[in-house]
Design a protein. Structure first.
Ligand code: DX5
Ligand code: ZN
Length: 220
């Protein structure tokens, strides 16, 4: 991929002004919508669920990238397709039969993603990388926005890029958690294709400008 994509995380939006924040992403330089679904079991937090995603998808005009932080995600693959997901990412740590889960996501016509927690080693994807459209490297422990970036992520991006190239896969690399202007360029240079940014975008004074500035920094 020639330029790095930005996927604002709706988790950091103002839920009482959700349509306003969705329109902001639509009209900004952002590339995707990143949607965090948490079940209070896989992660110690509950975000929002199906009816909210359905309404987001009604207004969103860009790719909808859904990050499932739930146990047993196989139960909901077709549900998320029907709700409007374009990319469906499950956690490595939540899937006993990951290969089967990936095939099921693709059979629904979605791109299949796998997220790795900070403690999960890249080498565990040796046997599935060719079946994965996107790997989401968690650069914080999943469950909350606004946490600080884990520096070991740079080495993981490099190791993942090496694995993708060695296997001749076309997998893209997404980074999720604590992304700011301080680490964005170094992540892109290491091989990241998509950067998720929640708090850094939505808690800034001018989110539209923050997105534009991030894109400019990445293109520099
Ligand atoms: C964390 C979520 C992230 C989160 C990122 O569990 O997966 O997508 O919204 O938020 P920031 O950018 O604030 O770390
Ligand atoms: Zn996420």
């Amino acid at each position: 991929m020639s330029h790095t994509l930005i996927a604002p995380s709706v988790l950091a939006a103002d839920f009482a002004n959700l349509q306003r924040d969705i329109e902001m992403i639509n009209s900004s330089d952002a590339d995707w919508f990143h949607i965090d679904i948490m079940d209070g079991v896989f992660v110690p937090n509950i975000s929002f669920g199906m009816p909210v995603l359905r309404d987001i998808a009604k207004h969103a005009t860009k790719t909808i990238d859904v990050h499932l932080m739930i146990v047993d995600p196989d139960r909901y693959i077709s549900t998320f397709k029907n709700l409007g997901a374009d990319i469906l990412t499950v956690h490595y740590e939540a899937c006993t039969h990951l290969h089967r889960t990936l095939q099921a996501i693709k059979a629904e016509g979605m791109k299949a993603g796998v997220a790795l927690n900070p403690h999960t080693n890249i080498s565990l994807l040796e046997d599935t990388i060719q079946d994965i459209d996107l790997v989401c490297l968690m650069s914080v422990n999943p469950g909350f926005g606004g946490q600080s970036f884990i520096e070991n992520t740079y080495d993981k991006v490099i190791a993942l890029k090496e694995l993708i190239n060695r296997k001749g896969a076309s997998t893209i690399i997404e980074i999720d958690g604590g992304v700011t202007s301080k680490n964005a360029k170094q992540l892109a240079d290491a091989g990241a294709d998509v950067l998720v940014a929640g708090s850094y975008v939505f808690k800034s004074e001018d989110p539209t400008k923050t997105i534009t500035d991030l894109k400019a920094l990445l293109a520099s």
